[in-house]
Every structure is written in C-alpha cells, then in structure tokens.
Write a protein that binds this ligand. Structure first.
Ligand code: SAH
Length: 456
C-alpha cells in the first residue's frame, strides 16, 4: 500500500509549509499528500524526516530549516518542546492572531460552505503571557525529593517545572511554596505504578480581581499527615489564601479529581468577578481560565445579543451561569440550562450572591430541556449557546429552527463544529451575520469565537 504513497517512512524530503494544523503543526504537501510537521511555519522551506505514514497523511520531524519565516521567534519557555501545553510560542504573537482568524475563515468556508461571512480580526491580549488563573500540577518524587511539573508529551513521566509562562505568577509561586512545605513534612508523592504514596496533584486557583487563593490537595488516601502543620505553614507563607481543600482520589485513573472533597481550612469557595458580576469558584466548578479575555468574550456576546430589557433569553450550556448572569441585567428573563447538577447549584448560588432574580436555571441536556420548554410555550427572543468541543446536538438545532428566536449568539471553542452547526442553522432560515474570534488561549492553537446568527 505504501508504494502508492509519495513518501516512505524514514525518508528525507524537502518540504515547503503552506499552512498550520489546528494544533500548530506545519502542513506541507507532496503531490497533494499532506505531511504534518510540528514546529514548521507557513512559508518555510525545510528538510523533513518522515516518521509515520498513514493512508491520508504523514507525520514528519523538522530536521533543518533552509528558509526561515520572518514570523518565527525563539520560544520564551525553556521546556516548550517537551511540554506540549503550548503549540505556537515559536510564532510571533501578531501572526498567531492572524492565523487564528484565517483558520476560522477556512473552516467556515470548507465545512460550513459559507462564503462572505464577516470574520473580524482576532481580539488578542496586550500581554499574551501569564494569563491562566488555574494551575493543576502532578506531583512526583525524584531522589527522595518532591517534584511538581507536567506529564511529558504522550507519557506519564513527570517533568519538573518551576514556572509556566502562561500561568499567573502567583499560581507558580504558590505551587512551589506548597511543594516545599509538603517536602518539609515528608509527604510522599503518589506512585502510579505501585498505587502507593499520598499526594497526586496540587491545584491552585486564583481570583483575578479579588486576589483570593484556593489550594487543593488531591490525595490517594483520606489520611494526610501533618495536616495542622501544613495548614499553618501555608497560611503564614502564602498571601491571600482563603480556602484549603482536600480531595480524595483512591482510584487508578487519569481523572484528576475524586468524588470526596473536604474543607481543611477556611472557606469552601473563593470569589472572583467578571465585569461587575461576582462568582463563587469551588474546587470542582468549571470557570474560564483566562479571566481578562473572558470579559472580552462575554461583552461581545452581550453586544451581539442586542438586549433592550424586554427580551426572553435562553442560555444553553450555561455552566455556573456566567453568561446568563452577565446578560440578566439587560434582559427581561434569562433561562439557563446545563447538564452538570453541581454547576447548576453554583449558578443558583451566583444568582443569589448578585441579587439577580430574573434568571431560572434547569439541570439537563440542552437538547431535551429546550424542546420541552418550547412545547410548554417558552419563546426566546435571543438564544445563546456555548457548547463543549463537539458542538450542539442536532435536536437542539432543530428546536432553534422551529422556535425561531430573532438572534442566536453562538460561543464556540471549536471552529469545525461551529461551522457544521452554522450550516444547519442557515438551512433552517438563519443568516450568519458576523464572527468574532477571541484569543482566550495565547501561545496555543485553540481559537474561541462568538458568532451572531440572525433570522432571515
Ligand atoms: N457558558 C459557560 C460554560 C461553557 S462550557 C461558561 O462560559 O463558563 C460548556 C458547558 O456545557 C459545560 O459546563 C458542560 O457541562 C455543559 N454541557 C455539556 N453537554 C451538555 C448538554 N448536552 N446539555 C447541556 N449542557 C451541557
């Protein structure tokens, strides 16, 4: 079979990169057959070693760049190549933004079969570093000492990391200090192979506006030795700590959090603000990781919703109610729906916290709850969706087409499923008026979009 393909494994080829994949690999073509090469940039000519050959594409390794792109920069992070958490550090930030815009346009045209949609330049950050408000680090042991870091690409080997350039400095410092404190009391790290040891992960969350810090110990056993001493050292050494939590996960699994969560010290939650809305963040709840850009994203969604105060709004996939509460001030009534019951508990708590009374939250799948509401006579003027990567369920899109809200505001973390869903809405009588890419995850290949879709 491989004889019919233009390249063979271990062969060296001259490649010219034309594009980037969604995870930041350069794409070169040999007789129309694509080769994906991590770190290759569009416009570059390079020597590539073919390391894997599949029917539809090959994977290559960059050996030598003959002609370098003017957009190539030295990656800031010394462990960029090993880590894999970022994919675009070697591309100038302005070019990252341009690429994200182009990527959205390509996918909307190719998958959505939509021509001439207005796609705006990506809204980027003025400082595209140190933006993450949550650090989640695996703990290991080396020569008797604790290490905190990340799993090496495609492995379970922990690589030590003192700092992460897309993490808020406060989180890096907190992780290091907690690690030192645990070391001091001889807390053992979890050993995956033997299923022994105690500490599996440390999670640190940080309120962007409030400065409040939450520390979560994820342990294999309920027993955490020197609890009092650990707590005492943490609250004396780390400024802003409001909550210390233990989560117990005794299972042999890649899932980080276990079922049982206990407060070791302080509150069960920390608080943060997006705009003027205050939110509780608990150890388990989903909360956007880039608070600065979240505000940009939600403001765009609010602008696209064009609310006058008279509208009924449905917020599908509402999580802890962030978008619902952000819109509630400008709407008559907002209905939020979300599949995770704990998230809805948080959403109700958040509504109370902000004294917002014109929202109602329901637990369930958007594709079953919204059709039910529709049958009961709920008529939305504006419908907001913010689905996970797989996009909206077809049953939901069908209900939207029948319900005919004037506007749909689609918040998407995956341009491919956005494009697919836009096609269905267009066929059902809607028009995609504009799309705004927002850079929620600088240095990575991820693209977030807000789309305005209007009834024709
Ligand atoms: N709008 C929120 C959350 C977006 S993340 C925010 O900006 O913070 C997507 C959410 O969709 C998650 O909370 C996930 O639990 C939820 N979800 C996934 N599948 C769902 C479904 N079929 N119906 C409703 N919610 C779903």
């Amino acid at each position: 079979m491989s004889r019919t393909l233009p390249v063979e494994k271990n062969q060296y080829v001259d490649a010219v990169f034309e594009d980037l994949t969604h995870d930041g690999a350069g794409v070169a073509k040999i007789d129309g057959y694509p080769i994906f090469v991590p770190s290759g940039l569009p416009g570059e000519r390079a020597k590539v070693k073919v390391i894997k050959v599949n029917k539809g594409y090959a994977i290559g390794r960059l050996i030598e760049i003959y002609e370098q792109s003017p957009a190539r920069v030295e990656a800031a992070c010394p462990i960029y190549k090993q880590c894999g958490g970022c994919q675009l550090q070697h591309l100038q930030y302005g070019e990252q933004l341009k690429w994200k815009e182009k990527h959205v346009r390509d996918v909307i045209e190719r998958i959505g079969k939509l021509k001439d949609v207005k796609i705006h330049p990506t809204l980027g950050m003025s400082d595209p570093w140190r933006y993450r408000n949550k650090a989640q680090v695996p703990i290991g042991e080396r020569e008797g000492g604790l290490i905190a870091g990340f799993y090496q690409k495609r492995s379970h080997e922990i690589i030590e990391m003192d700092e992460c350039f897309i993490q808020q400095q406060k989180n890096d410092n907190t992780v290091q200090t907690v690690k030192q404190i645990c070391q001091r009391y001889g807390i053992s790290a979890y050993d995956e192979d033997k299923n022994k040891g105690i500490l599996r992960h440390i999670i640190v969350r940080h309120g962007f506006k409030t400065g409040e810090v939450m520390i979560v110990f994820i342990t294999r056993t309920e027993n955490l030795p020197y609890k009092k001493e650990l707590i005492n050292d943490i609250i004396t050494r780390i400024y802003g700590v409001k909550s210390i939590i233990q989560n117990i996960n005794g299972k042999r699994t890649n899932v980080i959090l276990g079922k049982e969560t206990k407060v070791l010290w302080g509150r069960e939650v920390i608080y943060d603000y997006i705009g003027n809305v205050k939110f509780v963040i608990s150890a388990r709840s989903f909360y956007q990781v880039n608070p600065e850009q979240t505000k940009v994203l939600y403001e765009k969604a609010l602008q696209y919703a064009q609310l006058s105060g008279e509208e009924t709004v449905i917020d599908a996939y509402c999580g802890i109610g962030t978008i619902s509460l952000f819109l509630a001030e400008k709407a008559k009534k907002v209905y939020g729906v979300e599949i995770v019951p704990e998230a809805i508990e948080d959403a109700n708590r958040n509504a109370k916290l902000n004294q917002i009374t014109n929202v109602e939250f329901a637990v369930g799948a958007a594709e079953t709850v919204i059709p039910k509401w529709y049958k009961q006579g709920v008529q939305a003027d504006v419908l907001v969706v913010d689905p996970p990567r797989k996009g909206c369920d077809e049953a939901l899109l069908e209900t939207i087409v029948n319900m005919k809200p004037k506007r749909v505001v689609y918040v998407s973390c995956n341009p491919a499923t956005l494009a697919r869903d836009l096609r269905i809405l267009e066929d059902g009588g809607y028009k995609t008026s504009e799309i705004q890419p927002v850079d929620m995850f600088p240095q990575t290949g991820h693209v977030e979009c807000v789309a305005l879709i209007e009834l024709k």
